[in-house]
Design a protein around this ligand. Structure first.
Ligand code: NAD
Ligand code: TYD
Length: 350
């Protein structure tokens, strides 16, 4: 049996990765480690929480002592590291939390792997999940490839870039088996409603203004979160040590066009007159240092490991809207803060 530590498994992407691994690999032991910050929600995993190959551990990756004890005790075969502070706007308000979790937390995990995997580096694997934002911003043309120079602009992307460099340094210096993937913007179910798509869905539903930063001209390359989880599965199992893969949807949208598409889907789903939801669009002051455009060239992943995105954006967005409308309780619990009691209810004393 392979024992795999997945960090950040109670978050948006992490919960999709945990679900995929628990369901697809019944002979793996999947350990989900999460601090349960505001972004961690164990109700994301109710469908698998009782499976025999799944365990949850509440822990903080910034606590080196706790992380070392865990590695000493558990004899993990691999780490898939997603735990992070992930929201650019929060990083502008409070960069320190991003340095602590994204940089120090990652280094703590690397140190534990380096120490407790000694003599067995070729049997173990450290998979670091990262973002395309480390490459900085594109102009009107071009795409990020795996060889694009790092040029992060926000405190969030600077912290992720730093953690990527540390992961590579532990490969080059100590010989740890590592892989890194840098992915574009994800969308789908269980996405915390502070990010553009779930925030807009929630606001449209509640007839509240939909804030569009600047003129809405910024471009993002959107990927269905389950396609990201599938890419992680493929890369984790097939990539050679030391490799980096870009993951993206070949699906660029200007924010304002995306919001108009979302409004028209919401009009249909909520039985509103066409154009009704779009009246909620409100242009607000731009984000500081707002990157103009991201676009990922994922040819390496497609050619070497045969991964392609599975879903057209319109279909994925409709599915996402349907999920939020069908899971009103999830959304209410998240927006009221009730979800934070889930751990105490389900896990304390287990
Ligand atoms: P998220 O904010 O939804 O989830 C992050 C999870 O990490 C939460 O469950 C949180 O409780 C946990 N966490 C935070 N600090 C922790 C700590 N100190 N110790 C232990 N757990 C902690 O984030 P997400 O959107 O699911 O992103 C997951 C990973 O994927 C991140 O590393 C992010 O940089 C990367 N990524 C995200 C996107 C995206 O579009 N969301 C795109 C590319 C890469
Ligand atoms: P976001 O979902 O925060 O992801 P990221 O900053 O990591 O790309 O934002 C996506 C885009 O939407 C980004 O260009 C900022 C913009 N945006 C808005 O226009 N309004 C909002 O309320 C938010 C949260 C984001």
């Amino acid at each position: 049996m392979r024992k795999i530590l997945i960090t950040g498994g109670a978050g948006f992407i992490g919960s999709h990765v945990v679900r995929k691994f628990v369901n697809k690999y019944p002979d793996y032991a999947i350990v989900n480690l999460d601090k349960l910050t505001y972004a961690g929600n164990l109700a994301n995993l109710t469908d698998i929480e009782d499976k025999p190959n799944y365990t949850f551990i509440k822990a903080d990756i910034t606590d080196a002592i706790e992380i070392n004890e865990l590695f000493k005790r558990e004899n993990f075969d691999a780490v898939i590291h997603l735990a992070a502070e992930s929201h650019v706007d929060r990083s502008i308000t409070d960069p320190s939390a991003f340095v602590m979790t994204n940089v120090i937390g990652t280094v703590n995990l690397l140190n534990a792997a380096r120490e407790y995997w000694k003599g067995k580096y070729d049997e173990k694997r450290f998979y670091h999940v990262s973002t395309d934002e480390v490459y900085g911003a594109l102009g009107e043309s071009g795409m990020f490839t795996e060889t694009t120079a790092y040029d992060p602009h926000s405190p969030y992307s600077a912290s992720k870039a730093s953690s990527d460099h540390f992961v590579r340094a532990y490969h080059d210096t100590y010989g740890l088996d590592i892989v890194i993937s840098n992915c574009s913007n994800n969308y789908g179910s269980h996405h915390f409603p502070e990010k553009l798509i779930p925030l807009a869905i929630n606001n449209i539903k509640n007839n509240k203004p939909v804030p569009v930063y600047g003129k809405g001209e910024n471009v993002r390359d959107w990927l269905w979160v389950e396609d990201h989880a599938r890419a992680i599965d493929v890369i984790f199992h097939q990539a050679k040590s030391g490799q980096t893969y870009n993951i993206g949807g070949h699906n660029e949208w200007k924010n304002i066009d995306l919001i108009h598409l979302l409004c028209s889907i919401m009009d249909k789903k909520l039985g509103r007159d066409p154009g009704e939801s779009a009246k909620l669009i409100t242009f607000v002051v731009d984000r500081a240092g707002h990157d103009l455009r991201y676009a990922i060239d994922s040819a390496k992943l497609q050619n070497e490991l045969d991964w392609v995105p599975s879903l057209q954006f319109e279909e994925g967005l409709e599915k996402t809207v349907a999920w939020y409308l069908d899971n009103e309780e999830w959304l209410t619990n998240v927006t009221t803060g009730n979800y934070q009691a889930y751990y105490d209810k389900q896990y304390k004393g287990r």
